[in-house]
Design a protein around this ligand. Sequence first.
Ligand SMILES: *Cc1c(COP(=O)(O)O)cnc(C)c1O
Length: 401
Amino acid sequence: MKDYKSLIQQYELDVYPRRDVVLVKGKNSTVWDEQGKEYIDLASGISVANIGHCNDKVIEAITKQASTLITCANTFYNDAKAIFLEKLFSITPKNLTHAFLTNSGTEAMEAAIKFARAITNQPDRSASLSQKRNEQAGKTNFVSAMKGFHGRTFGALSATYKKEYRENFEPLVPGFSFVPFNNFEKLAEAVDDRTAGIILELVQGEGGINIGQKEYFQQVRQLCNEKGIMLIIDEIQTGFCRAGTMFAIEQFGIEADMITVAKSIAGGFPMGALLCSDKIQIEKGKHGSTFGGNPLACAAGTASIEFMVENKLWEQAEAKGKYFKEKLSAFQLSKVRDIRVIGLMIGIELKDKAQPVIVELLEKGILSLPAGTTVLRLLPPLTISYEELDKAVTVLAEVLS
Ligand SMILES: *Cc1c(COP(=O)(O)O)cnc(C)c1O
């Protein structure tokens, strides 16, 4: 057997804090390492495997599409894409009418940022350049939340709060500012005539499973209406049943002008999308992608969404999240400060650092995630069995007591 670990250490840039395991196989909520040791996956590859690892429907769809057409330029029409878009818009919020398809979450954010500027910062073509700068500067700025996470490319990173992600790469895109999450007053103060968009998660994932307040988001929507600001909601982590509804926004009673999705959209196949209302218009040739919406991704996406709908996966997420919280809360957990749950999105706030707990869980056969320094984040496949949840709770109770 090759030494996979050494090869990766030798050749891959060392940007990821690594766990000392080589994963080689997965099925539903179980993954295996190279020695055949079994793990319960409470991370889903960071909320990607919502429908489980190697879902049969997705295997079948990818296999079939792979022997038919793997790539197709976006300048051509394609059957797999047409079928995917129809399926996607059968489940998305009704005010959203169009999509721009990408390969990742951060690319969907880039599209959102560019499109918001494009419609709020329309150049007056008759004005001279200097006049335009002085009088028609338009709206180019964005406000997002402290502890928010939106991705690693320059636009998305500019909307991302965490200092460690930003430093070394500055200057970032100008015009971005940050306000505390769930604080409408501070947001209203930060907005002015130059604000093109407000970018928010409904539940901050990376930031620690901080759940947005419905009233806050309704006030934000109102403000956006009054000031002609685009409301950009990042559902890259909360989307596709994770938060207990197909999209988390359904629980907030608002409409977004744009929603970004990715992660679990295509059963683990890399894909993302910007979904937008018909307020958003963009001229031909102004944006594009070589791979975005390629036939393999679309086939996987169609199969994945079909599986979610057929199995009412949002109901499973809701029920399993409640079950998990109840079971775990029954124990005396001396290391735990707070447990936050929405759907099957679980944040366990610890009194101390999360990293040692994650390592201990790994040794005991459980994959988990951090969110910030002190929050243990659990995002199991929504298809996880109750037996596996019970097993996970037993181990967690042991480690957290
Ligand atoms: C993961 C994530 C992103 C970035 O997605 P990538 O596919 O890694 O580029 C953006 N926003 C949120 C909320 C995420 O969870």
